[in-house]
Design a protein around this ligand. Structure first.
Ligand code: PLP
Ligand code: ZN
Length: 409
């Protein structure tokens, strides 16, 4: 049973059938999935959701596939961690971390979007999936293609971290490394997608891919005991996740699953790639593309596809945007690790560093309920912290040697 009614242009409202298309032919606006919310409201209750297994498919009525999911069955439902230690350091008494650094199977929130996209691609009859990626999407597309028995083509910029590349190649996809930035890769992939009849998860399948992100927001609301938080701090790359978290809270409210949504949405970017947060700070409604130069490669998108809508969500909710330098990103990663025992990648360093600034600016208040989005795994970006950590002390296996040094450790 599907609750999908088709696609609709976000700008002009024109409707389209459920097909692998992503832009409006008339105004070039992005297409969104349309659901029959009245029908969903009749069946979807808190009790039904809670009775289902702990994965993203517990919200399946709100994920745009027709049949039962066949791949990515165990994805999602990651921990929402009460972060008392980090909260004490930051001055936040009611702080939570939504920890997708342990999302199954490839340790980032991209497993949610890819699960939605690959199931949909199969329904459309594709045998090949593809993507333009800053790293995590590549890992996830390659892994899901392997488990689905599909072919995959993964396009990445040439300068990604070693673990992101190896963590893709291990699944044996075709990996194409492009001499250029992510924005060059993305532009190139649009040309490829026009010629090759593949399911590009973040191009022609993008409307379905994007709705996988909503599960991150649904889980936050359910795990808080069926309510929306006061604040969410979200890392922004293509600017899809930030809009979908807000959409998720509002859908839950409209379906009667949670009360009022008064959540402020905060955008977090790297100083070396901050088109969205720069626009917010300047009071502008649209962004100017930038050339990325940051260690936070997973969110280094200079021309974000949904940047306009990300800015809009932040402005509408009374949130704000801030950015973090390379040094602040590393310090954010180290602070999270030493206070909460969570090793996040550079994107998580960005959200922690930005949350710190937002507290200092008085925008996150001590007693408000704040959620920081942790979207990826630190073991994938070890280059970022190499050289800034203490090296192990090397000794012979002799008690006398240990006794001589142990007080100085
Ligand atoms: C892709 C990504 C994001 C941002 O996602 P968008 O929806 O493109 O804004 C954030 N964090 C990590 C770790 C990512 O890989
Ligand atoms: Zn349109």
């Amino acid at each position: 049973m599907s609750f999908v009614q088709g696609l609709r242009c976000r700008e002009c409202g024109r409707e389209y059938p459920t097909e692998p298309v992503h832009v409006c032919e008339f105004c070039f606006g992005p297409l969104e999935v349309r659901y029959d919310y009245d029908a969903i409201k009749r069946v979807l209750t808190r009790e039904l959701i809670e009775s289902r297994p702990a994965n993203m498919w517990r919200y399946r009525e709100l994920i745009p596939i027709d049949g039962e999911p066949t791949v990515g069955l165990d994805n999602g439902f990651t921990p929402l961690v009460k972060a008392n230690n980090l909260g004490r350091v930051l001055g936040l008494n009611n702080l939570y971390l939504k920890n997708d650094s342990v999302c199954h199977p490839t340790l980032s929130f991209k497993d949610r979007v890819v699960a939605a996209a690959v199931n949909k691609a199969r329904e459309f009859g594709y045998d090949t999936i593809a993507c333009a990626s800053t790293g995590n999407l590549a890992n996830s597309v390659a892994a899901h293609a392997a488990s689905a028995g599909m072919k995959s083509y993964v396009f990445i910029p040439h300068d990604l971290e070693t673990s992101k590349v190896l963590g893709t190649s291990i699944y044996d996809p075709k990996v194409i490394s492009i001499r250029g930035s992510y924005d060059d890769v993305n532009r190139f992939c649009s040309e490829v997608a026009a010629v090759f009849k593949w399911a590009f998860v973040n191009i022609n399948i993008r409307p379905f891919y994007g709705d996988g992100s909503k599960t991150y927001g649904y889980e936050i609301a359910e795990q808080l005991g069926w309510r929306a938080p006061d604040n969410v701090v979200v890392p922004v790359a293509g600017s899809s996740l930030i809009t979908k978290i807000y959409k998720a809270f509002n859908e839950f409210h409209d379906l009667g699953l949670i009360g009022e949504v008064n959540t402020k949405i905060f955008a977090a970017q790297a100083t070396g790639c901050n088109p969205v947060t720069a626009a917010i700070k300047a009071g502008e409604t649209d962004f100017r593309p930038v050339k990325p130069n940051t260690i936070a490669k997973s969110i280094a998108i200079g021309n974000p596809a949904d940047g306009f809508y990300g800015i809009k969500v932040v402005n509408e909710t009374g949130g704000w945007g801030e950015d973090a330098t390379n040094e602040e990103i590393v310090e954010g990663m180290r602070l999270l690790a030493r206070t909460e025992g969570i090793f996040t990648e550079t994107a998580g360093g960005v959200t922690v560093a930005v949350a710190k600034k937002l507290v200092e600016q008085g925008r996150l208040k001590p007693d408000e309920l704040t959620v920081i989005a942790i979207t990826g795994q630190g073991l994938k970006t070890i280059e970022a912290v190499e050289g800034s950590l203490k090296s192990p002390v090397v000794i012979e296996p002799k008690l006398s040697e240990f006794e001589a040094i142990h007080k100085k450790l």
